[in-house]
Write a protein that binds this ligand. Sequence first.
Ligand SMILES: C[S@@+](CC[C@H](N)C(=O)[O-])C[C@H]1O[C@@H](n2cnc3c(N)ncnc32)[C@H](O)[C@@H]1O
Length: 267
Amino acid sequence: MIERRQDVTIADVTGAYAGAVGEIWEMVMGEEIHVGGGHSTDELAQRAGVTADVHVLDICSALGGPARHLARTYGCRVTGLDATPEMVAEAARRTELAGLSGRVAFKCGNALDIPFRASTFDIIWGQDAWCYVTDKERLISEAARVIRPGGVIAFTDWIQTGVMSESEWEHLVSFMIFPSLGTLEGYAGLLRENGFLVSAADDLSRDFADHCQAYRDTLEGDLRVPIMNRFGSDLYQAVVRGVALWADAADAGKVGRGLWIGRRREI
Ligand SMILES: C[S@@+](CC[C@H](N)C(=O)[O-])C[C@H]1O[C@@H](n2cnc3c(N)ncnc32)[C@H](O)[C@@H]1O
């Protein structure tokens, strides 16, 4: 499904999330590092049918904000998988502090070689993170392996929605350290090829554009001094420029965000 690729390795992504990137995105979005925070998590949870008796695998779980939210709100078990050791350690620390370690656990590992046996999970979960994964085909086939037959996959992601010149595309993905950008239909196709019945492939791009504009405003307003003080003026300026690029491209209908729900066929 992916036509263009940037030369990004998992080490580029984990190196960034071990340092300033994770911290800055948390300042902008909160500890649930995705568009729409807890509200988005609840919407996806309701659509996925999260209940107390399910075991969720959150692929690319970062600080574990969504994992704790799901366990606290719905009473389910959640395992978070992330490739950045620093994010996994911080997620575990916050989970212990929240008193949720009995139901929420984290594992350091690569989404392209998921360190769990086949048919382990009832729900496979992802929020605004699979855009960092270098091989989307392999990611979805790994998700299909570790989900039980009849289980649900539910995720959101940043996607390409319109036509872009090569240089426009390069600027956007290199700012975010994305190896590639999926599309609404591309992910739906991968799900079908891997044995999922797709019940939703929703375009959330207008809401995405509004959020990008809000992030730009916050960066230029309340977050200006805290980010400059913590990371210096050069990094602050680069972040403002990058978010402005995304906000303009989203407003022009070139990039956006999707939501997918699929059910693994019974064998
Ligand atoms: C935007 S954050 C995820 C946010 C999280 N889903 C949330 O809603 O709070 C991206 C995360 O993806 C992780 N990541 C990127 N590529 C990965 C891979 N191949 N396997 C596992 N984790 C990966 C990074 O380490 C980083 O913590």
